[in-house]
Design a binder for this molecule. Structure first.
Ligand code: 6PG
Length: 243
C-alpha cells in the first residue's frame, strides 16, 4: 500500500515472443527464477498453476529441470468440477505433464477436491486448505494464468458472481452451465508475481481490450488482475501483434 492507503500498482512487464515455443521457453526461465527467488528468501515457494492448453508445454519443460522440489507447494488457480482422471481436469493435465515426473512431496500438491458433493463444497474445502497451508492471508509467490478469447482468466468469466467475491479466497465460477472452482480476484491480486501466458490469434481482440485505457472489467475479467507484486504478460506474436 502506498501512503494513500491505495493498493500499489503492479510492476507490469509485457513481452511478445516469436512463437509459442519461444513464449514457453521464456516462461520456463521466468518461473524457475521466481521459484529460486522465493526459496532463497523464505525457504519455500507457493505456486498456483493455470489450466487450459497453453501451459501444458511449460509444465513438460519444467519436468526436465532440476529444482529443490521439496520446497514447492502446488495449487491450482481454477479447476473444472470433474474427477482428477477426467480429460478436462487441470490437475490431471499438470500431473501427467510435470508433477508425476518430479519429486515434489505428494502432500505438497493440492488439487481442488472436486470429489466434494457440490462445487460450493469443493470451493469451501479449498478455502480451508489454502488457509491451513498458507495462513489466513495466503500470498502466492507465482500465480500462472491463461486468458480466454472472451477475456476471462482462471474461472472468472464475464458478468458472473465470482468476479465480485471479495471475502473468500476460493469460490464457484461458472462457464455457462459448467461449474468450476476458482481463485478469487483478491487472492490473485495479493500475489508476489502473476504471469499470464497468452498464445494464438484468437486472443487478439480480448487482449486489445484488456490493455485498453478504459473498458468494462466485468466484460473482460483479466483487467481485474492488478497484483501488488509483478504482473507479467508473456505473449506470442500471434496474440500480441495487436499491442
Ligand atoms: C481453464 C483455465 C482457463 C484458461 C483459458 C485459456 O481451466 O480453462 O484456467 O482460464 O487459462 O481459458 O485457455 P487456453 O490456454 O486453452 O487458451
Amino acid at each position: 500500500m502506498d501512503f494513500t492507503g491505495e493498493a500499489m500498482a503492479p510492476t507490469v512487464h509485457v513481452e511478445v515472443h516469436g512463437d509459442r515455443a519461444a513464449l514457453v521457453e521464456r516462461a520456463r526461465d521466468l518461473v524457475i527464477e521466481q521459484i529460486q527467488t522465493a526459496i532463497a528468501a523464505r525457504g519455500v515457494c507457493y505456486l498456483a498453476l493455470a489450466g487450459g492448453s497453453t501451459p501444458k508445454p511449460l509444465y513438460e519443460a519444467l519436468a526436465q529441470e532440476t529444482l529443490p522440489w521439496s520446497c514447492l507447494h502446488i495449487f491450482w488457480g481454477d479447476e473444472r468440477y470433474v474427477p482428477i482422471d477426467h480429460p478436462d481436469s487441470n490437475a490431471g493435465m499438470a500431473k501427467a505433464a510435470w508433477l508425476d515426473q518430479v519429486s515434489i512431496p505428494a502432500e505438497q500438491i493440492y488439487p481442488v477436491p472436486t470429489q466434494a458433493e457440490t462445487p460450493q463444497a469443493a470451493a469451501d474445502q479449498y478455502q480451508t486448505t489454502l488457509e491451513t497451508v498458507m495462513g489466513s492471508a495466503p500470498i502466492f509467490d507465482v500465480v500462472l494464468l491463461g486468458m480466454g478469447d472472451d477475456g476471462h482468466t482462471a474461472s472468472l468469466f464475464p458478468h458472473t458472481p465470482a468476479l465480485t467475491v471479495s471475502d473468500r479466497w476460493a469460490t464457484v465460477g461458472n462457464k455457462g452451465d459448467n461449474p468450476r472452482i476458482t481463485f478469487t480476484v483478491p487472492l490473485i491480486n495479493q500475489s508476489r508475481c502473476v504471469m499470464f501466458l497468452v498464445s494464438g490469434e484468437n486472443k487478439q481482440t480480448a487482449l486489445k481490450t484488456v490493455f485498453a485505457e478504459t473498458a468494462d472489467s466485468n466484460q473482460y475479467p483479466s483487467r481485474l488482475i492488478q497484483p501488488q507484486g509483478e504482473l507479467w504478460w508473456l505473449l506470442d506474436q500471434a496474440a500480441g501483434a495487436v499491442l
